[in-house]
Design a protein around this ligand. Structure first.
Ligand SMILES: [Zn+2]
Ligand SMILES: [Zn+2]
Length: 324
């Protein structure tokens, strides 16, 4: 069984009701975070407290996190990482943690050989590449500690072209993680998470991307997907703007779900200008009937037989959402 907790559904910046990207996935083999934008740890703490007070048999404990996966280095997807690590340190964590993010061969090489120099203006190394951010964050976390830091495996994957990247070493036994390069304004990946033992479940989380990702093909993904979490920054009316900024529309998110034969589509990363979430669902449902505009706090449960249920927060508790 997989439980995916959606802890942020706003794109780029928070709104009164929605926070920026961040997801918590629990699996029988170990728990993961996929993206953790600004303020992520506060949201996770509040979410876990609400789950504890209103027992529905689902929890989201920070201490159980084994792996953090990042899709790209925009702040709304990664700026909550360092404070979260700091808290883990203060909590006296001893268990190791693996953090995995996309980068480029050039940026990884430059950090190894030239870190501290100015990045040459004619290089195509992005100053916010994870190779540089990891170096800084690592220095910060290791230098500011009077205690022994728990072991962190910082893994950068060099993205080349559009081919899915299979990890050489999988950090969780029974789970296979694959990074699928996407089309955004910086190097970026979607994370494909499959269980390979006990039950055979599959979740794909897009991160930020334009439509038409070469790796989002049924023949590449091999089997149907139980749950696709796809960004839908705009409605179709703003499709030109979506394309220019490396984002998708709700119509396109529905097309992807249909192309890859996903059972359920959960849409996230809405532009703060979106107010009509019914329209988001209407557009995606043109191509894929089981589509939902997610709210912060939504929990998708994927049972061992592949059935997907959505639990939606109302007040401080959760109710099963009618998915028909
Ligand atoms: Zn974003
Ligand atoms: Zn982005």
């Amino acid at each position: 069984m997989f439980d995916l907790h959606i802890l942020g559904t706003s794109g780029s910046r928070p709104t009164g009701k929605r926070s920026v990207s961040g997801n918590y996935l629990s699996t029988p083999h170990g728990n993961l975070i996929i993206d953790c934008g600004e303020g992520f740890q506060g949201r996770l703490i509040k979410h876990e407290l609400d789950l504890k007070k209103n027992p529905i048999g689902i929890r989201a404990r920070a201490s159980k996190i084994k792996v953090i996966l990042l899709t790209h280095s925009h702040l709304d997807h990664c700026w909550g990482l360092l404070p979260l690590l700091k808290t883990m340190q203060l909590d006296g964590r001893t268990k190791p943690l693996t953090i995995i993010a996309p980068s480029t061969i050039q940026a990884i090489g430059w950090v190894e050989n030239n870190y501290g120099d100015n990045i040459p203006s004619n290089s195509n190394i992005n100053p916010s590449d994870f190779a540089l951010l990891f170096k800084e964050w690592r220095t910060h976390i290791e230098n500011n500690s009077s205690k022994n830091i728990f072991k962190i495996n910082w893994i950068l994957i060099p993205i080349i072209g559009h081919n899915p990247h299979n990890l050489i070493t999988q950090p969780i036994k029974g789970i296979k993680l694959t990074a699928i390069p996407t089309n955004h304004t910086v190097v970026s990946v979607a994370w494909f998470i499959e269980s390979t033992e006990k039950s055979d479940r599959r979740v794909l989380i897009s991160g930020d991307t334009k439509y038409n990702v070469p790796g989002f093909k049924e023949e590449i993904l091999n089997n149907p997907i139980d749950l696709l979490i796809h960004e839908a920054t705009f409605t179709h009316e703003l499709s030109e703007k979506a394309g220019e900024h490396g984002h998708s529309t709700s119509l396109e998110a529905g097309k992807v779900a249909s192309d890859i034969n996903a059972q359920v589509l959960g849409m996230v990363h809405f532009s703060p200008r979106i107010i009509d979430f019914k329209l988001i669902e209407q557009e995606s449902r043109i191509n894929h009937q089981k589509s939902f505009a997610c709210n912060d706090g939504d929990i998708f449960r994927i049972s061992n037989d592949g059935k997907v249920n959505l639990f939606r927060k109302s007040q401080n508790s959760w109710r099963e959402h009618d998915m028909q």
